[in-house]
Design a protein. Structure first.
Length: 409
């Protein structure tokens, strides 16, 4: 897959749907568009570009013929195509986020209980239950298909007592959301979500004190931790899991696009597509999560870190699509508004990505609100001034309790 640009300057009056905009005639900051560029999908996006710019640069290598399928050529990495990653399914939210949150809450509760049981069973030496895994995955994917934001919002509000379990649930949900964004078939979304839930299950066979260590690991300890890949493959094989995408992820989610990963130091598209996707998701959620040896960063900062590593650790095109999928301020992000209030990103605005819908949870002096307010930043003003996101926060900077809001739905 080519990663270099083939840029052409185009007057905005000549833009068409399917073109990939790689540069503007003005800075990206202050526009509603993602910094890494984007594919023009709607007439509304074209109108916005024409309002803001006289000309833009498009990348001819990424220009989409809308009669022909996907933006990315998604191969398995074995030299042959895989129909699951070549076809495109168009998804749309079928319910509002307010309607979906109660269903997503039930799905998240069931997912949490079952994933805890699955990991506890395996840690105790019992065999992985494929039946339990399926009971976890189907409600999760169904919720993400109905609403792209509800499950991710709720998952972001959880307090994870155990990093491994919380990381599994987050990666499963992110895998389903990313696959949905790429237009992958529902069966593939189920496989990717399963892979996200199980890819670190081999760590249940490692010494707990090693995983909880706040000190840098010795070379010997690092090698021991890396054996979780092989241990995980053994666990799923013994449980009868034979889904190729799940096995690909188990084997390759720590491989890196430049060949610097492990266990096999695979390079670029020799890494299966599912592995390339979950490598990004695994790293992103790890950065957002507090661990004994590392503080959490904001979701926005984690995305920036991933973006800086595009083309080296991670496939550039996939990173770009991951950022478009999550938005500039991913759902569940804690942010401070220009008013001083603390808010949580509730839902993305697909046209104006710098202006999501947020749930305001504090007063300007950071005191918790009793009655939460929902602001669509697309049209929210105070004294004639537009309310904007001032900066993002790590999840532990201002603890948020959304119990009252969730109970009201």
């Amino acid at each position: 897959m080519a990663t270099e640009l083939e840029e052409v300057r185009v007057d905005t009056a000549s833009l068409t749907v399917g073109m990939f905009v790689s540069r503007l005639d003005r800075p990206w900051e202050g526009t509603p568009f993602p910094l890494q560029g984007f594919e023009i999908r709607t007439d509304r996006e074209m109108r916005t570009l024409r309002e803001l710019c006289q000309y833009v640069y498009i990348d001819r290598r990424r220009e989409v013929d809308t009669r022909r399928g996907p933006l990315l050529t998604l191969t398995r990495g074995d030299g042959g195509g895989d129909a699951r990653f070549m076809s495109v399914t168009t998804y749309a939210n079928t319910v509002s986020i307010e309607e979906e949150i109660p269903k997503a809450r039930d799905a998240l509760q069931a997912t949490s209980e079952l994933i805890d049981q699955i990991y506890a069973d395996v840690a105790s030496g019992r065999e992985l239950s494929v039946e339990h895994v399926e009971k976890v995955v189907r409600p999760l994917v169904a919720s993400v298909l109905r609403s792209a934001d509800a499950f991710l919002f709720l998952e972001g509000m959880r307090r994870h007592d155990d990093y491994i379990y919380g990381h599994a649930i987050a990666c499963g949900a992110l895998a389903a959301a990313f696959g949905r964004h790429l237009g992958l078939p529902e069966g593939t979304l189920l496989s990717l979500a399963t892979a996200g839930l199980l890819m670190d299950i081999g760590k249940t066979r490692l010494p707990p004190e090693l995983l909880r260590s706040a000190q840098p690991l010795s070379p010997e300890e690092t090698e021991l931790v890396r054996t979780h890949v092989a241990k995980g493959l053994d666990i799923v094989a013994a449980g009868g899991v034979d889904d190729p995408d799940v096995l690909d992820v188990m084997r390759t989610h720590h491989e890196r696009f430049d060949g610097s990963g492990y266990p096999d130091r695979l390079l670029d598209d020799t890494i299966p597509m599912a592995g390339r996707m979950l490598a990004i998701i695994d790293s992103y959620d790890a950065m957002c999560s507090a661990r004994p040896y590392q503080a959490a960063v904001s979701r926005h900062e984690a995305l920036q870190n991933i973006y800086r590593a595009r083309g080296s650790l991670y496939q550039a095109e996939l990173v770009e699509q991951f950022q478009v999928c999550l938005g500039v301020y991913p759902t569940g992000s804690h942010v401070e508004l220009s008013t001083g209030e603390i808010a949580v990103v509730l839902e993305q605005n697909q046209v104006r990505r710098l202006r999501p819908t947020v749930l305001v949870v504090s007063t300007p002096d950071k005191q918790p609100l009793r009655d939460f307010r929902v602001f669509n930043l697309l049209d929210q003003t105070v004294d004639g001034n537009t309310i904007e996101i001032k900066h993002t926060l790590a999840i532990d900077q201002h603890p948020v309790d959304t119990t009252a809001y969730l109970a009201s739905l």
